[in-house]
Design a protein around this ligand. Structure first.
Ligand SMILES: [Zn+2]
Length: 467
């Protein structure tokens, strides 16, 4: 453990510079980098260039890199020039559309500070997802650069402009630039804290299988008076098949679905129980009282460690005003499964298709469109990088961060693992009520501030890992 650069002065610098940090984040938030709508494409490019310019101010050499879709930003900092860990930071600079705009209390791309229960909060599209989170580490880099003239680790940055549209160019880009991007560990900031004063590191993410199914039967729409009772209605058939996806205890009935599911260990369950998750309050926050999911498992286990299957969309027949007595020739459903270790997305996709096909009467067909697969991720909790992140958070918060799971998926984490063979540390500062993807998206100022401090402290701890 050679003389590493001290962090205390860096943290002081973060505190002294907070107003300017907010102003720089506001500049980025004013760029409407909505990736899904072609009308915003010039702004997406502008946001990418803004990131390159900003990183150049603090010692990075980077560029806007074209892909088949929106560009990537890649930038490198050599670090202090001795044997130190090399870290890859991943985030995204694109945002969701602001709609419905009329439900915002202020302009979605006119960031403001608003007084609320935890002090000031930053309100704008992208405040927390993901511009605010990205800027926690950019501002930490800036403070290190200001105090020590360098960073304590070698750093590579990769920022994506298509995260909100499903990362279509990511795999190809990572594959084509693997040698440039490969590092010792990856830091991903798109996750949350347990609460405003309790930091957390996310160590498991669920995977995903997404399938669109169209069942077709008769060769045309039929009169329900003339043909009702004579034919099998594709919509009724679809409803019956979807109904069979779960048994009365909420267990998914797709064949072999649970074969590879890793059971939760006693230690892990005890650790989750100790978090004191309030299921009733969580349900109440969305206006509900009765839980769903598999019977016999705790709320956090159902959310983090059990796979699920949900219908995300249904279409078919007559859906306009009034009545039309029709038996439609087709019915469509969008079905997704959230996966856990060690389920194989390919195998689940194939079983799900077979589950539907096996239930079709003669003469009925199913068309399938695969809309995505991603495996679940679990980061070993004994990794030196994860422990360094824990120590960094302890420096700032004075308490041990919780190790938590997430029911969601981050495709980039899977790509980075699969293509680069690297593990990710999921370090984020969002809160559950940040209204991600919704009107009045916000990031608590205290979370932004503690996020910058934490990123600065985590860098210092990472630098102490023997290279
Ligand atoms: Zn998002």
């Amino acid at each position: 453990m050679s003389a590493s650069l001290p962090v205390a002065a860096v943290l002081d610098r973060v505190d002294a510079d907070l107003n300017a940090s907010v102003e720089r984040l506001f500049e980025l938030l004013r760029i409407p980098s909505v990736s899904t709508d072609p009308a915003y494409t010039p702004h997406v490019g502008r946001a990418a260039q803004w990131m390159v310019d900003t990183l150049a101010e603090i010692g990075f050499e980077g560029s806007v890199r074209p892909t088949a879709g929106h560009p990537m930003v890649v930038a490198h900092h050599p670090g202090p020039g001795k044997a130190v860990p090399h870290l890859l930071y991943y985030g995204h600079y694109d945002v969701q559309p602001p709609d419905p705009v009329e439900l915002w209390d202020s302009g979605p791309f006119e960031p403001v500070l608003v007084d609320a229960e935890h002090g000031k909060r930053i309100v704008a599209r992208g405040a927390v997802d993901d511009k605010g989170q990205v800027m926690t580490w950019v501002e930490a880099f800036r403070a290190w650069h200001a105090v020590h003239g360098t960073l304590p680790c070698r750093v590579t940055v990769m920022l994506e402009g298509e995260e909100e549209t499903g990362s279509p160019s990511l795999d190809a880009f990572v594959r084509d630039n693997a040698d440039e991007l490969r590092a010792d560990a990856c830091i991903v900031c798109d996750t949350g804290m347990w609460s405003v004063d309790q930091p957390a590191i996310t160590y498991s993410l669920r995977g995903l299988v997404y399938l669109e199914v169209t069942i077709a039967g008769p060769n045309r729409d039929l009169h329900s008076g003339l043909f009702g009772g004579q034919v099998i209605n594709p919509l009724n058939l679809m409803a019956r098949i979807l109904g069979e996806l779960h048994d009365a205890d909420g267990r998914v009935q797709i064949p072999d679905f649970y074969d590879e599911v890793m059971p939760v260990g006693a230690n892990e369950r005890a650790q989750w129980d100790a978090l004191g998750f309030d299921e009733a309050a969580s349900l109440a926050s969305v206006g509900l009282q009765v839980p769903g999911g598999e019977r016999g498992y705790g709320a956090l286990e159902r959310q983090w460690a059990r796979p699920t299957c949900d219908v995300n969309g249904l279409l078919g027949g007559y859906t306009e005003a009034g009545s039309k007595t029709v038996i439609a020739r087709e019915a469509m459903a969008k079905i997704s499964c959230r996966l856990v270790p060690d389920q194989d997305p390919r195998a689940v996709m194939d079983s799900l298709k077979a589950f539907v096909s096996d239930r079709l009467p003669k003469g009925y067909t199913a068309r399938f469109v695969e809309l995505g697969t991603a495996p679940a991720i679990r980061v070993p909790t004994d990794s030196p990088y994860l422990r360094a992140a824990q120590r960094g958070l302890e420096t700032v918060f004075g308490k041990t961060p919780y190790l938590i799971g997430s029911g969601g998926s981050i495709p980039a984490v899977g790509s980075i693992k699969r293509i680069l063979g690297m593990k990710s540390i999921l370090l984020g500062f969002g809160l559950d009520d940040d209204r991600v993807h919704s009107p009045n998206e916000k990031f608590e100022l205290v979370c932004f501030h503690n996020g910058i401090r934490s990123q600065a402290a985590v860098l210092a701890e990472m630098a102490r890992i023997a290279g």
